[in-house]
Design a protein around this ligand. Structure first.
Ligand SMILES: C[S@@+](CC[C@H](N)C(=O)[O-])C[C@H]1O[C@@H](n2cnc3c(N)ncnc32)[C@H](O)[C@@H]1O
Length: 337
């Protein structure tokens, strides 16, 4: 189905949508940012809940097309920007907006990305091994196939372990390297078969390739780096009292958000032996002499209700965290381009 045939996706049910909008505490007349437009589910809820202005960002040109349709439905109140939320301050500046009253990020891939076979995100369909979120970009040209066909065995094993938390990463990397000597690996189903040859499927368990696919997607799209840059940029553009609400889908993301909020709220991070060592946050000491730039609103991460999990299994691993911006200066200034 082309994105043009489903421009606004009224049928799309966003994960933790009501909770995310509640935590944003929208004010009529405020200006808010949704950094992950997707199908526009959160945006629609926000626009219907309050008479606010809303800017949205998505790095996927297909999502931006859907956003253009929503602009027509809410003239003067809604605007979509193409780019990554890691550069939200630059995008907002270019759009002439300097301060924002609340930001929401609903991380990862959308149902549309997962369900569109040719995007290559899903092990459920036979498709080219692509996985780029921004397929039209001149800067994002590497595909998942490039990675599996060119990376050294050790590097492949490390990234599958780090971003997929896959214990059998060495076996998988060895099997990939053996297979690609015969012919390049170009299709999703080929990768599924290779992983399935070394990881057994447990009865009732996930597809054995789940973690390998997750690892390649996160690595290729630099999702954890984007999250770190996005949180630092949010700190710069949020007004005092403005809220940052983040919905994560796996523990690597949730740990980064938890650590950022803990650090910026002046609590000493306990550190995590599980954090990927690519994380700037994991190396960044908590600076207790600085004024806290956020105060944490959610003590524990908020999970979806049982009801939501029953009606949408993709919601199962979602967690929401929220914090409110203080009036202290941002800890990190923008790095000059
Ligand atoms: C889980 S979906 C969001 C769904 C949305 N909340 C809704 O209700 O429809 C995530 C979306 O964020 C986009 N995305 C992921 N990482 C991004 C980034 N770093 N910058 C901008 N968009 C991003 C993806 O392309 C995808 O469309």
């Amino acid at each position: 189905m082309s994105s043009n045939s489903l421009p606004t996706r009224r049928d799309h049910i966003p994960v933790l949508g009501k909770e995310a909008v509640d935590w944003l505490n929208l004010d009529d007349g405020g200006t808010y940012l949704d950094g992950t437009f997707g199908a526009g589910g959160y945006c629609r809820l926000m626009l219907e809940t309050s008479n606010c202005k809303l800017v949205a960002i998505d790095r996927d040109p297909e999502a931006v097309k859907r956003g253009k349709a929503l602009e027509l439905e809410y003239p003067g109140r809604f605007q979509i920007l193409h780019g990554t939320f890691g550069e939200m301050d630059v995008l907002l500046e270019e759009a002439g907006i300097d301060k924002i009253d609340g930001i929401v990020l609903d991380l990862g891939v959308s149902s549309m990305q997962l369900d569109t076979a040719e995007r290559g995100f899903s092990f459920r369909f036979d498709a080219p091994l692509n996985m780029r979120m921004d397929q039209g970009s001149l800067t994002q040209t590497t595909t998942a196939a490039d990675i599996v066909n060119t990376y050294e065995e050790d590097d492949l094993a490390n990234l599958i372990y780090k971003y997929g938390e896959e214990r059998k990463s060495r076996w998988i990397a060895r099997a990939i390297c053996k297979q690609r000597k015969i012919a390049p690996i170009t299709r999703t189903t080929e990768l599924v078969d290779i992983v399935s040859s070394v990881v057994r499927r447990r009865p009732g368990g996930n597809n054995p390739a789940t973690k390998t696919f997750q690892a390649l997607r996160i690595f290729l799209n630099d999702e954890l780096g984007e999250l770190e840059r996005g949180m630092a940029a949010a700190e710069r553009v949020l007004q005092p009292g403005g809220r940052l609400v983040i919905v994560t889908f796996h523990s690597l993301e949730d740990r980064l958000v938890k650590l950022f909020f803990k650090n910026r709220s002046g609590r000493k991070p306990s550190g995590s032996r599980y954090l990927p060592d690519t994380s700037d946050l994991s190396r960044q000491p908590s600076d207790l002499s600085r004024q806290p730039s956020f105060s944490v609103l959610t003590g524990r991460a908020v999970p979806p209700s049982e009801e939501e999990i029953l009606s949408n299994t993709r919601a199962r691993s979602a967690r929401l965290r929220a914090a409110s911006r203080t009036d202290a200066p941002a800890w990190e200034q923008k790095v000059a381009a």
